[in-house]
Design a binder for this molecule. Structure first.
Ligand code: SF4
Ligand code: SF4
Length: 388
């Protein structure tokens, strides 16, 4: 019998019986259900080694990008006393708003923007990954997601468990990230292509990446308190930032809903042990659903990794297509990880080889702007330069 809960198809395994007192139908308790025979998996699941390998590779890549970018900034700040290193355009992955603005510019003008084009190509890569491989950016690539996961695992070790907020608090808090996303989408969609071009060519737009770095370098008391609260929240609650506040994750989650891959549970093979639901960092009721369509599913494959029953749980194509494909549409972890990698490096590689990766800014302009980055103020909508 299928019902809808949280936009998911639920197949209730529990036989419906009549309540003795109320006469209402109710589900039979788990303990009184007939136990299904476990056909144990024989394959060794290595998905979590693969995922952690990807996470830490991307974390190291980001540390390397950040360090090189810092040295590039210091070259200009010291008036050239420190050796020049090339600017790593990959840091523009930290400028998602610039990526959205540039994507709108490309779609409305047909021209690849000359300032922060890498921000746009990285956004396109992450959107493509979200469409084809669920929100895998969050659980396989994002360095903030990796740190967040380290923090909640640390909290789990420290306190024996993580806090699960009650639904009345959890659901509205989850909505916060969509509100933040809505604000950014509204702000970008209300700008014309001309206004986006003018913004990007303003001193603020040119050195938006330096402003971002300086925010963390010279973080004030308020910023430190906010970061402290986020760290504490992340130790206590699984993926606190990602679950409640990250607008990027919200965008990728919405995109993932339209993609073809889903976690699928076979009702016949499943023994109702609920290990999958307990392992899910997004607290999805995997053991009660037939397919996981939720925007919160990050494709981490933790549920698949802990499932003991042969063929009970898998990442795969929808049933209707799966029946006509080899292996019943199942995508093994290596293919999932490889797909994420191919999309990421394919899109970045295309942008690099086509000459679209680096911002076209003469070094003399950076010489002028970078040492005074803290003085560059955000152009306001009423600025004549941003008006058509
Ligand atoms: S449903 Fe499975 S793949 Fe999706 S977030 Fe939960 S554990 Fe990860
Ligand atoms: S882990 Fe989940 S899918 Fe696998 S047997 Fe247990 S309840 Fe069923």
């Amino acid at each position: 019998m299928g019902t809808q809960i949280c936009n998911e198809t639920i197949l209730q395994n529990s036989p419906v019986v009549q309540d003795a007192t109320s006469g209402q139908p109710r589900a039979q308790s788990l303990s009184s259900r007939p136990r299904k025979k476990l056909i144990r998996r024989t394959d060794r699941d290595y998905s979590q080694y693969l995922r952690r390998g990807c996470q830490f590779t991307f974390l190291l890549m980001n540390i390397w990008l950040g360090s090189q970018f810092y040295l590039w900034v210091r070259h200009f700040e010291t008036g050239g006393r420190l050796a020049y290193v090339s600017r790593p355009s990959g840091v523009e992955g930290w400028l998602p708003i610039a990526g959205m603005m540039n994507l709108k510019y490309l779609l409305t003008t047909g021209h690849v923007p000359v300032l922060h084009p890498a921000a746009m190509f990285l956004l396109v890569a992450f959107l493509a990954i979200a469409f084809l491989f669920r929100k895998a950016f969050c659980s396989w690539l994002c360095p903030v997601g990796t740190l967040s996961e380290c923090l909640w695992r640390f909290g789990e070790q420290l306190f024996g468990r993580n806090v699960r907020l009650p639904a009345w608090l959890d659901i509205p808090l989850r909505g916060l990230k969509y509100l933040l996303l809505g604000f950014f989408v509204w702000a970008v969609s209300s700008m014309s292509a001309g206004a986006i071009g003018a913004f990007m060519h303003s001193p603020y737009g040119i050195i938006a990446d330096v402003k971002m770095l300086n925010f963390f370098r010279f973080i004030g008391e308020t910023g430190l308190i906010v970061v402290g609260v986020l760290v504490m929240g992340s130790v206590l609650v699984q993926n606190f930032w990602c679950r409640y506040l990250c607008p990027y994750g919200a965008l990728l989650g919405i995109t993932s809903i339209f993609g073809p891959l889903r976690i699928r549970r076979s009702e016949e093979a499943c023994i109702d042990c609920a290990k999958c639901a307990r392992a899910c960092p997004s607290t999805l009721p995997v053991d009660k659903l037939i397919t996981i369509k939720s925007a919160e599913c990050t494709g981490c494959l933790e549920c698949v990794a802990v499932c003991p029953a042969e063929g009970a749980l898998q990442m795969g194509l929808p049933r209707i297509i799966a029946a006509r494909t080899p292996k019943n549409g199942q995508l093994p972890a290596w293919a999932f990880g490889a797909g994420v990698g191919v999309l990421f490096f394919g899109i970045v590689g295309f942008a690099k080889t086509a000459g679209y990766w680096n911002s076209e800014v003469p070094r003399a302009v950076y010489n002028q702007l970078v040492p005074h980055a803290n003085e560059a103020s955000h152009p306001m909508p009423e600025d004549p330069a941003l008006r058509e």
